[in-house]
Write a protein of this length. Structure first.
Length: 368
């Protein structure tokens, strides 16, 4: 025992030296973070004087891309982005206490997407349904809203698409979130007679439900988290939701990863009242909705302005217009900004051949 003591002392001394080094680094990091926040606060003051919003997703994407290039250490780029997401969130909160509306209650996937996009320093307002999110932002009760728009396996969230046609709001950002569903219930699997969740979540787990709960009644809920709240107090009822919802509402997860496809992603949109100015060196995506005349080759004619200019269409989705039977709107996403010369020309040409064209927004084409 006595012989090993010197070795222990040497190792302990080495640890203390490294910890002391970390303490010195922490002092520097804290000082630099506060310097950064003070500079950000000054930017906020200037923005306020000029009537500009503190939240600028294109500038944030510019910062994140610079960080990716600067990062030569052990930290993964995604980890560094997560750290800076919170730094930026805290800086925005000092400029203005933004209110973010989302499809609630707490712990829905939309809530998680909102925090992923804005960070945890801002204020969040859970809302009952997707139309409520649009109304709260339109009425200035919320500064921004976050809504789901499409899933990689089940396609479009039609409620969001329909609301985009009529709203004066504009899309200013997009967020992708990996979706992992759990079966959450206070009852064991063999006693479950009803499964509740959002319609998209039920569909994303359809095969698993047919194999494991073929006799269960499926019930649509306003959100995944609301389904968990219902399941908590109802014997024989389960919810499909994320693990976070189960933990928040203290309901056990009895099966994990029950979605039919493991690469299950949902895309969310951030909507606001103002369009944002274009920044150079940022890849943008632009969304439009249009209608076509009822004639042969109408769709080809509607797409020609894009193909003639080599503009890459990354999505086209049709929805009934509900103005008359068999009349459709077409939702189009393309790479580029509305203010790009080629995109601007294409939109002008579209307006000549299409009865209805509406610009929905240009926003950074983030993939995370």
């Amino acid at each position: 025992m006595l012989d090993s003591q010197p070795c222990f002392s040497v190792k302990n001394s080495e640890l203390e030296q490294l910890r002391s080094k970390i303490d010195d680094i922490d002092r520097d990091v804290t000082r630099l973070l506060n310097d950064r926040v003070r500079a950000s606060a000054e930017i906020g003051r200037i923005k306020n004087e000029r009537g500009l919003d503190p939240y600028d997703p294109a500038r944030e994407e510019e910062v994140f891309r610079k960080l990716d290039k600067l990062n030569e250490g052990l930290l993964e780029s995604t980890t560094l982005r997560t750290i800076y997401r919170e730094v930026i969130s805290a800086s925005i909160a000092l400029q203005k206490d933004l209110q973010i509306g989302y499809l609630g209650p707490e712990a829905t996937f939309t809530h998680q997407a909102a925090i992923k996009n804005f960070g945890s320093a801002l204020s969040y307002k859970p809302l009952l349904d997707i139309p409520d999110v649009f109304r709260e932002v339109e009425g200035s009760d919320c500064d921004y809203g976050v809504v789901p728009v499409e899933n990689s396996t089940e396609g479009a969230v039609n409620r969001s698409l329909d609301l985009l046609v009529d709203t004066e709001l504009t899309i200013i950002a997009q967020v992708y979130l990996k979706i992992e569903h759990c079966l959450i219930s206070a009852s064991p699997l063999d006693e479950i007679v009803k499964v509740s969740s959002k319609d998209q979540a039920l569909a994303q787990c359809g095969e698993w439900l047919r194999r494991n709960l073929p006799a269960a009644c499926l019930e649509n809920a306003t959100s995944t988290a609301e389904a968990v709240r219902t399941a908590k107090g109802t014997i024989g009822t389960a919810a499909i939701a994320g693990a976070l919802a189960g933990r928040l509402y203290d309901v056990p997860c009895i099966a994990e990863g029950i979605q039919d496809h493991k690469d299950n992603l949902t895309r969310f949109l951030v909507v606001g009242r103002k369009s944002l100015a274009k920044r150079e060196d940022i890849e943008y995506k632009t969304s439009l909705v249009l209608s076509l005349t009822d004639k042969v080759s109408a769709l080809q004619e509607g797409l020609k302005p894009f193909s003639d200019r080599g503009i890459n269409l990354c999505k086209i989705e049709s929805r009934p217009s509900r103005l008359k039977p068999w009349d459709y709107y077409f939702f189009v996403d393309f790479l580029g900004h509305r203010d790009d010369e080629s995109a601007s020309e294409a939109i002008v040409e579209l307006e000549k051949v299409c009865p209805f064209v509406k610009y929905l927004g240009s926003y950074p084409n983030t993939q995370s």
